[in-house]
Ligand binder design. Sequence first.
Ligand SMILES: [Mn+2]
Length: 312
Amino acid sequence: MTLRTPGVLDTGAFGSTLFGLPGPGVTGAAAVVIAGVPFDAGNGVLPGAGSAPGALREHSLGPDAAASGSRAALRRQKIPAADHGDVAWVPGEPGEWLDRRIGQVCDAALRSDARVLFLGGDHSVTFPVVRHLQMGGPLAVLWVDAHTDTASDGVGLNHKNVARKILDLPNVAALVQVGFRGFTQENEVDWKLDRRTLLTSGDFRRRGPEAVLASLPPDLPLYVSLDIDVLDPAHAPGTGTPVPSGLGPAEVEMILDEAACGRRLVGCDLVEVNPGRDVSDRTLSLATTLLFRMICLLAGVHPPVDNGVTGS
Ligand SMILES: [Mn+2]
């Protein structure tokens, strides 16, 4: 399989790979196709998430204990994942062009029965991904986020209304949102609850991951979108719209593990990391830890308990 179609992936900016994984060319039933989407024009207030794919790759190759442990674990377990570089994007281009290129990545991955992992970018990049994945049939989406992203304003690819647009897609059978704790000027909480379930951070603490599992249709392929701002800003300060009283890393890992258990996980993304707002690489460190977990779960491998890191 090759995704090196001219104009689809930005090979010029392709310096290093996430965790030092192989580049394009890995095939097989359990292959995980990773691609960055350095797009942040969907956040009109505070751009910066567009630099996240490169920063995440760089951090994943550095001395951070979790990153080096993840590299070792991926090598040891021979997980068939490949980093295909970034989806090409030039500021000012029409959003449809980005949509089409993301679609080509999704289609090529699905043709070879691979799963996809996208590195955002702001949250608006999830729309083209889900739009193309749901073309193959009914899909459930798990939305792990401090916000509902269901605003009625915003044109084009916009991170404020992306979940609203996703619910309008014909084959999105269920949208389960967990982690909401923001303020809302509209009735975003009660909106479209026929196909949408909203579990706040408080709901999750009271009812546990069982509430997430009970809301997800067990028989549908599942896509998981993780907005880093679902985490408390103490753990993940490097994001555009932090909200206090967020989830902890272990809680988010629990959601990922439980969601993948027994389901056909077809793809994941991790969005809204803004390296320019980070403090001591705290957000990059946590994000690479979560990306490692996503790669394992997409490949059908239970993540090692200790990431292969031996402590003193
Ligand atoms: Mn979001």
